[in-house]
Design a binder for this molecule. Structure first.
Ligand SMILES: Nc1ncnc2c1ncn2[C@@H]1O[C@H](COP(=O)(O)OP(=O)(O)OP(=O)(O)O)[C@@H](O)[C@H]1O
Length: 522
């Protein structure tokens, strides 16, 4: 932890520097954290330490791209006089500012990025269906005569298998570990140095034969022709699908049917009728297909589920939020609850009493960096989730959202518009799944709230009014919109975090309190 105390920069409470230049500070940092980054970025980081006293921002800032600026280039006075015609194209500059460090790095031609081991993409295709790229004016005969048509990476792999015994020991995906693709000659050659791994691109089951071919390529070695791929135990099958079955790579549905029958003996108390069970199963299949850009409607022989009759418990968002391992969460909660400090425990009990009694309330929590706010959110989330209830953890920034269990950015979770105005609304359909999720939610935790404009809270507030109006459960007499929502069904907490530095502590605290009042008044 670095803190600026009365003009003295201290590093881990050991190193104290007086009147040091930025370079010197940089060197100290570099030697301590074993990495390099831009001078400009470093100064920004230092500024953040000074203002935020948190090492966390170090990691936020090294991931940011280079700064951008709009620069106006004004001609010198004498140029203006001589040149009355303005040539906008000649005056247009598309530039990127390079800091001194980045510029030197580029000048010395150091690697800007590298990946190890390298990944070799392995295309594959059905017979005579290799992809060919050609221009609209190209002569088709010339195109077909080109070497890449006769020898694709995939067909060359089969040719290599025919002549090289080492090659026959490898599947297609393993091939690049021992062989190198020579692009100019269009052949595979044994690898002498280096390391690479192969990846066969995925294929959805929709195209059929291509999908089954991919399954075979991942399993079978030493194939020398398309016929060879379809041959299993000396028998050449008519399709790759049949070859998969013959190899036992695709089992029929019998094992699933047996499992369902067996389960039905144990679950005899289940009250689901046969039709209900069929409908629910079809609904689940439909959900899986929808996630893969398909639908049961594409399969004419398959029945379609009665979606209306499937209860709201099939709301995907609600299911996801309830899909926690409750015994594990309970253990986490017990451990964290015992560790809470008195201060944390008081806040915890205050918030939880509001949640449990369904009273509704708004809370604005702030404290120094590292004082255990995230720890508190985790404990509260575990308490609510272990009771089988829903808590929505959101944060103003993506990085802060990663620290929260099941966290999302507020923009993503509530579909907040990027350009916020005083009339903005979130794109939440009051009749939709997200609205149902919000209505079922016991608590919303919004981390780092001061990082967004108050219009974000106002937009959410307006939208939530619509969401609650839709189900007609909001009491009319209440005066605070947030409160109305909370009180009607759920309790709701907007918890915010900010950092207060020692220098100007009182000023910052006042600003934070003022912001808290603004947010709570939304
Ligand atoms: N009551 C506690 N018992 C044990 N460890 C705790 C407790 N409170 C906080 N910690 C630990 O202290 C560290 C800092 O806490 P935490 O990240 O929650 O602080 P924070 O206030 O959220 O910080 P920031 O504002 O920088 O995000 C974490 O490692 C956390 O696990």
């Amino acid at each position: 932890m670095i803190q600026l105390k009365r003009g003295i920069l201290s590093f881990k409470q050991k190193l104290v520097l007086y009147n040091v230049s930025v370079n010197c500070i940089l060197r100290t940092f570099l030697s301590n954290i074993h990495c390099y980054f831009h001078m400009g970025m470093m100064v920004t980081v230092l500024t953040f330490f000074i203002e935020g006293s948190s090492i966390k921002y170090l990691f936020k800032y090294i991931n940011k791209g280079p700064d951008r600026a709009t620069v106006v280039v004004v001609p010198a006075n004498n140029e203006c006089e001589n040149n009355d015609v303005v040539d906008e194209i000649a005056e247009y500059y598309d530039c990127r500012y390079l800091s001194a460090c980045e510029a030197s790095w580029q000048i010395f031609k150091y690697d800007v990025h590298c990946r190890y081991p390298s990944v070799v993409r392995l295309p594959f295709h059905l017979p005579n269906q290799q992809q060919i790229v050609y221009g609209k004016d190209d002569d088709i005969d010339d195109v077909l005569d080109k070497p890449f048509v006769a020898a694709s990476k995939f067909t060359s792999w089969m040719e290599c298998n025919a002549i090289d015994s080492e090659a026959r020991k490898l599947t297609y995906a393993e091939f690049p570990t021992k062989f190198v693709w020579i692009l100019n000659g269009r052949f595979w050659k044994r690898r002498k140095v280096g390391k690479a791994i192969g990846r066969i691109h995925s294929v959805s089951p929709n195209p059929g034969e291509t999908y089954f071919l991919r399954i075979l390529l991942n399993k079978v070695k030493g194939l020398t022709s398309f016929d060879d791929i379809r041959t299993v135990n000396g028998e050449t099958h008519s399709s790759f699908r049949d070859a998969c079955y013959a190899l036992g790579l695709l089992d029929d549905d019998k094992e699933y049917m047996d499992a369902i029958k067996e389960e039905s003996h144990y679950g005899s108390e289940l009250s689901l009728g046969v039709d209900e069970l069929k409908n629910l199963t079809l609904f689940e299949i439909e959900q899986i297909l929808l996630r893969n850009n398909s639908t049961l409607k594409n399969f004419t022989k398959m029945p379609y589920p009665d979606v209306e009759s499937v209860s709201s418990s099939n709301n995907r968002l609600i299911t996801e939020e309830l899909d926690y391992d409750i015994p594990v969460i309970k253990n986490d909660f017990d451990r964290m609850f015992l560790a809470l400090t008195n201060e944390q425990r008081n806040i915890f009990l205050n918030i939880m009493s509001v949640v449990k009694e369904n009273k509704g309330g708004d809370f604005f929590v702030y404290g120094y960096g590292g004082t255990g706010k995230t720890f508190l959110w985790k404990t509260i989330s575990a308490a609510i989730r272990s009771d089988g209830n829903i808590v929505l953890n959101v944060a103003s920034s993506g990085i802060a959202s990663l620290l929260l269990p099941g966290g999302r950015t507020a923009h993503s979770r509530f579909i907040l518009p990027f350009e916020l105005t005083e009339d903005s609304f979130c794109k939440i359909n009051p009749d939709g799944e997200l609205a149902s999720l919000i209505r079922k939610t016991s608590l919303i935790i919004w981390d780092e709230a001061p990082m967004v404009h108050k219009h974000a809270f106002e937009a959410l507030d307006r939208t939530l009014k619509d969401v609650w109006k839709f189900c007609g459960r909001r009491p009319e007499h209440d005066s605070s919109p947030w409160h109305k929502k909370c009180r009607s069904v759920n309790s709701l907490c907007r918890a915010t975090v900010t950092k207060v530095v020692e220098d100007g502590e009182a000023r910052n605290e006042r600003r934070v309190s003022e912001y808290g009042v603004v947010v709570l008044n939304v």
